[in-house]
Design a protein around this ligand. Structure first.
Ligand SMILES: Cc1cc2nc3c(=O)[nH]c(=O)nc-3n(C[C@H](O)[C@H](O)[C@H](O)COP(=O)(O)OP(=O)(O)OC[C@H]3O[C@@H](n4cnc5c(N)ncnc54)[C@H](O)[C@@H]3O)c2cc1C
Length: 295
């Protein structure tokens, strides 16, 4: 049914690394919700594949010894949404990935695949950028960790080195990012279901103890450029400020200087800019409300 040259099945990370070194041209297969569609369309015809789907050690959410939230790369979207650690510390990520495709796609699709495909519209990507996630790769030289902003090189290309046998093994959210921090994600799509984002916006905030000041603010977009991106101008504008309707408006307008959306068949650049402004203000307001603030 599928035109594959060979399919190798790894049962451990060590086996996956060894297979990758042996077959550097082979494509990694996780849940297959991107890969098998491309294979069916003939775009990957005749290739070799290394399935990592059987590596159970790469599934699940834990808190590691440094108090990072550690999400194994094979964790499915539906698992993330239901996970108690995610719900307690980083609920917005569960909400964001609950907007992926359909229940079937959310059961089979993995967060590793959603980031390794390098796609700017991926529903996990803007939230992971806003939470300053760390990507963990494992290869022949051991573990390499890098900030998610450096993982995305250009549209569809991420920093994974097949020649070193690397696969992505986890995504970490540092305690410094998630502690006392609350977020909100809005996906704008042309339909409610089975639709990739025309634009995605994720904001999180930490308020002062008396809830009167925004101590820390992060905002990131998907589809506002070739790769997911943060808006440093807007983050600086909100930091140290008292939540207010005026602040939400100024924050929203400021995103324009940082984003760079394009015209596509899905939407014009001007429309993306327009909704980016609207989404930023609404996301900040809701994130402040979730953090216990008022405006
Ligand atoms: C009908 C449909 C609707 C969809 N809707 C949405 C949507 O609304 N929002 C959205 O964000 N996505 C959507 N998707 C895309 C898709 O479900 C996601 O991108 C998914 O997360 C991919 O994960 P996977 O495990 O299936 O990856 P796979 O298809 O197995 O792999 C995807 C890519 O990542 C690489 N890869 C995977 N895991 C690793 C790893 N651990 N290390 C190194 N490389 C790896 C593969 O080689 C491949 O290049 C949709 C897909 C379909 C078919």
């Amino acid at each position: 049914m599928y035109d594959m040259k060979a399919l190798y099945e790894a049962r451990s990370v060590g086996e996956a690394v060894a297979l990758r070194l042996e077959h550097p041209q082979a494509k990694i297969l996780a849940g297959g919700s991107d890969v098998l569609v491309q294979l069916r369309e003939g775009r990957l015809a005749g290739m070799e594949f290394i399935s990592i789907y059987g590596i159970d050690a790469l599934r699940g959410v834990t808190i590691d010894e440094d108090e990072n939230i550690r999400i194994g790369s094979l964790t499915s979207f539906s698992h993330i949404t239901r996970d108690p650690i995610i719900q307690k510390y980083c609920n917005v990520l569960g909400e964001a990935v609950d907007q992926v495709g359909s229940p079937q796609i959310r059961n089979i699709g993995t967060i590793g695949g959603n980031t390794c495909n390098g796609v700017t519209s991926a529903d996990s990507a803007s939230t992971l950028h806003a939470w300053e996630a760390i990507i963990e790769l494992t290869g022949k030289d051991g573990i390499r960790r890098l900030p998610i902003k450096d993982f995305y090189i250009k549209a569809g290309t991420v920093d994974i080195k097949p020649e070193n046998g690397e696969i992505q093994t986890a995504i970490l959210i540092p305690k410094e990012s998630y502690e006392n921090t609350y977020g909100h994600y809005i996906k704008y799509g042309m339909r409610n279901a089975m639709e990739i984002a025309t634009l995605g916006c994720s904001v999180n905030v930490r308020l002062s103890e008396d809830k009167s000041i925004i101590e820390r603010c992060r905002i990131a977009y998907g589809v506002a450029g070739p790769v997911p991106m943060r808006c440093p101008t807007s983050e600086a504008l909100a930091t140290g400020q008292r939540p207010s309707a005026e602040l939400y408006e100024a924050f929203a307008k400021s995103v324009i200087s940082d984003i760079n959306p394009r015209n596509s068949w899905r939407s014009s650049k001007a429309f993306r800019q327009h909704i980016a402004v609207e989404m930023a203000g609404k996301c900040l307001e809701e994130a402040v409300r979730r953090a216990g603030g008022e405006a």
